[in-house]
Design a protein around this ligand. Structure first.
Ligand code: BTN
Length: 247
């Protein structure tokens, strides 16, 4: 499999603050379908302003620039397919079965293996592209204490190293295969519903007008959003960052 069939430019950095920040800094100059890979991140970023643990050489940290994504309504599906591509890659390379957590987290044995941070670039109110930032704990041997009960790596699950470049190649192939089918929303949603243990009937904290409330997950809407049921029985579509799953 040749990654040049999918990627226009591959930038491999030794150390960087964050591959997403690098992609944002040079967004204008970089071609559509540029992939930036780093061996280490000094300021790896997660969602909700969290840090992403990024030790040298032990894991995958990369960002893909997509300039042809212009429809805002596709953004939820980019989240969903990025995670599906990780899910498929894990199965193809290791045989392990992962578990998806909306909107884009990938878990193994209830611990997080991979996280995705998608950032949109707007120019005069129009979407001019997106940056898909992915972290996969491929060969992390030891997590800091505060992460030990929450995070895992393929190495820790399998007791052997996994070729991270092979993982990256498979992810690229899988991602672009889903991207070609992005109009087939039903297929994407179906695959998610089949492979997420928390997409139905799981407690979730949502924030309505700055007040946290407990709700239950009820699947994914046709727009790719999370559907939840509030305690009073009414249904609500969750679109943004106004939620979290309790530990
Ligand atoms: C999350 O689960 O909170 C998202 C984590 C995303 C981490 C990746 S690593 C590559 C890219 N660069 C970053 O700084 N973050 C993303």
């Amino acid at each position: 499999m040749e990654i040049n069939n999918y990627i226009n430019k591959f930038i491999h950095l030794d150390t960087i603050d964050s591959t997403n920040e690098f992609a944002k800094r040079f967004f204008k100059k970089l071609k559509n379908r540029t992939l930036i890979l780093a061996d280490e991140q000094t300021e790896g970023k997660g969602r909700f302003q969290r840090k992403w643990f990024s030790p040298k050489n032990e894991a995958l940290y990369f960002s893909l620039i997509l300039k042809r994504i212009r429809k805002i309504e596709n953004l939820p599906f980019i989240n969903l397919i990025s995670a599906l591509a990780i899910f498929d890659t894990i199965e193809e390379i290791t045989g392990l079965k992962a578990d998806l957590k909306w909107p884009n987290d990938v878990y193994i044995n209830k611990k997080k293996l991979s996280g995705i941070l998608i950032e949109s670039i707007f120019k005069t109110m129009r979407l001019s592209g997106i940056i898909v930032g992915i972290g996969v704990n491929v060969n992390v041997k030891k997590f800091p204490e505060e992460l030990c009960s929450k995070a895992t790596s393929l190495y820790l699950e399998l007791n052997k190293e996994v070729d991270k470049f092979l993982f990256l190649k498979f992810w690229i192939k899988n991602f672009f295969s889903y991207l070609r089918k992005i109009r087939n929303k039903d297929l994407i949603i179906k695959k998610w519903l089949e492979n997420s243990s928390t997409i139905y009937d799981s407690p979730i904290i949502i924030t309505i007008e700055e007040t946290p409330a407990i709700a239950k997950t009820c699947g994914i809407t046709s727009k790719g959003y999370l559907l939840v049921k509030k305690q009073n029985g009414s249904l609500l579509e969750i679109t943004t960052n106004d939620f979290f799953f309790p530990d």
